[in-house]
Design a binder for this molecule. Structure first.
Ligand SMILES: *[C@@H]1O[C@H](CO)[C@@H](O)[C@H](O)[C@H]1NC(C)=O
Length: 303
């Protein structure tokens, strides 16, 4: 743009405009050059400049409008059966603070997200679904959340079986995170928020917050890794409700969609690189279990 504006300045056009000079072969003598210039009538020149300005404007408009468009791709479709699908990411500045890096050099390494349909077996899925049914049995309409604090005393059979189930699935989840993030499994601890949720089209404060762009560390700063186990099926048990990772690159927005599916597990580092949003539910229930893991031993809810 700057060369174009320079050319509009009267008198300067005849002189060394960089684009014109560069087209001259180096062996050209100065006399030849001036002779060549004199053959161009001035009207043609201003016409050329005008065309170039218009062209530059068009290119700018094209770049501007296409870059504002959001792109959408499917990370995990509901018809797919995915052994493992992984996105390696550049950690955002807030993912792990310098102090955290120093404190937990072996627990904090890369940033990524992955989806797997193979981690949970049929038996575990139906066990978790059964628990969710018991927890949410008498409130069918609105969105609900049930926090699990394995520290608390199990007062009844349901609470006890929730604790037992979480305890039984925990080792392999931790093992899986450790393997994918290339860290040691004995450095990870279950922390809060860990909860069952049922999200419907009747929103609550909690479900509203899920429908806004956020990343987990922004809500709970001790969380380093997040795990979501979906327990109901997109298009079968509910419509809407897709889990969407959103990346912003300058002005470009890119969506990576995960269709929830019973037994599907999504694991991601909790920083800004994994900003996400839950699409509004149109009808039905999206049931899931969310587990949070930390490298901070003091923050564990597991004793
Ligand atoms: C909310 O979902 C229920 C079924 O889950 C459906 O009958 C109802 O029409 C939905 N309401 C709206 C406003 O979409």
């Amino acid at each position: 743009m700057s060369t174009l504006t320079q050319r509009k300045v009267p008198g300067k056009t005849e002189n060394a405009s960089p684009a014109v000079v560069s087209t001259d072969p180096p062996e050209n003598k100065p006399e030849d050059r001036s002779a060549k210039f004199k053959t161009h009538p001035p009207q043609l020149k201003s016409h050329k400049v005008f065309v170039r300005i218009i062209l530059a404007g068009c290119v700018f408009a094209l770049v501007y409008f296409t870059s504002n468009k959001e792109k959408t791709s499917t990370l995990a479709g509901y018809k797919e059966d995915i052994p493992l699908r992984e996105h390696k990411l550049i950690c955002s500045a807030d993912s792990f603070t310098e102090a955290e890096f120093e404190k937990h050099p072996k627990c904090i390494s890369a940033c990524k997200r992955f989806v797997t349909d193979n981690l949970m077996n049929e038996n575990e899925i139906s066990q978790l679904q059964e628990l969710a049914r018991k927890i949410f049995h008498n409130h069918d309409e609105s969105s609900e959340i049930y926090h699990i604090n394995s520290n608390s005393i199990a007062l009844d059979d349901v609470t006890k079986s929730i604790h037992d189930t979480i305890k039984s699935i925990q080792p392999k989840i931790i093992e899986n995170i450790a393997q994918r993030f290339e860290i040691s499994h004995n450095l990870l601890y279950l922390t809060s928020p860990t909860y069952f949720s049922k999200i419907t089209n009747v929103t609550t404060e909690y479900s509203e917050s899920m429908h806004r762009h956020h990343y987990d560390k922004e809500i709970q700063k001790n969380v380093h890794y997040s795990v979501v186990i979906f327990l109901s099926n997109y298009k079968r048990n509910f419509h809407g409700g897709r889990f969407i990772f959103v990346e912003f690159e300058k002005k470009k927005k890119k969506n990576h969609i995960v269709d929830p599916k019973a037994g599907r597990v999504v694991v991601y580092s909790a920083g800004g690189e994994n900003t996400h949003v839950l699409e509004n539910i149109l009808n039905g229930n999206l049931v899931s279990l969310t587990l949070s893991f930390t490298c901070e031993h003091e923050e564990t809810t597991e004793r």
